[in-house]
Design a binder for this molecule. Sequence first.
Ligand code: PAF
Length: 282
Amino acid sequence: MICLDNIQQLRQQIRTWRQQGLTIAMVPTMGNLHQGHLHLVTSALARADKVVVSIFVNPMQFGVNEDLDAYPRTLSADTQALTAVGADLLFTPQVSTMYPRGLAAQTVVDVPGISEAWCGASRPGHFRGVATVVAKLFNLVQPDIALFGNKDYQQLQVIKTMVADLCLPIEIVGINTQRAESGLALSSRNGYLTAEQMQLAPQLKQGLDKLEQAVIQGLDIDNAIANTLQQWQALGFKPDYLAVCNASNLRPAEPTDKHLVILAAAYLGKTRLIDNLEFTRD
Ligand code: PAF
């Protein structure tokens, strides 16, 4: 696997592949890779000739009181894992490479509407940081296709909207959330959980499953949401939000909406977990 932290060398390698007529897939990450990330890479390998993975803990998408400094940096294990699955190139830029004029001076990408509610409301500026860094990474790598986990459902919709709005010729593919046997969605932040919290964490997904059934049975959505929130609180979660939404525009579901997604975020101790469940009803 080619490892680069330099934009010029990255562009040169991309040019060489393009001259050879090869297609390129990209998997942007912040590192601390788990099976979910590696599944994105293997899915990418099946869809393009070359796969570029980026690891960049993007300061622009972290709020002032968030875990930027604590965010796990595990480059050597990540490099080994990516080599083992067969990624072709790992790009690991420094903050000064991505933001040479500093964060405050950086031109930004805002995606209005879809980025405003849910995680966007709880984490002001988060999706601006995500959209900005992903737009920059796309401009550097110019992939044909880019793959993201469905676990960050709102992020995926924000990126799809940005790509459509900016007319970027990139296919954005969402890949199914990878879960532990317990049902817990794999996430780099699961590493913050204590052993006791790890036992509780799968209840988040169990709450989503029950809520999905209630919605499919036609029960009152507001009541069903209130029940789920109550159960989570009784277990020790501090819910941030829980909503049943139209899967495309992420607005609260209307009675006529068929394609739905349940979006949820909740704290266990200091760890903020997110999860979602996409489904259809008749
Ligand atoms: O999902 C992530 O890991 C990040 O938000 C992303 C898409 C790599 C942008 O920094």
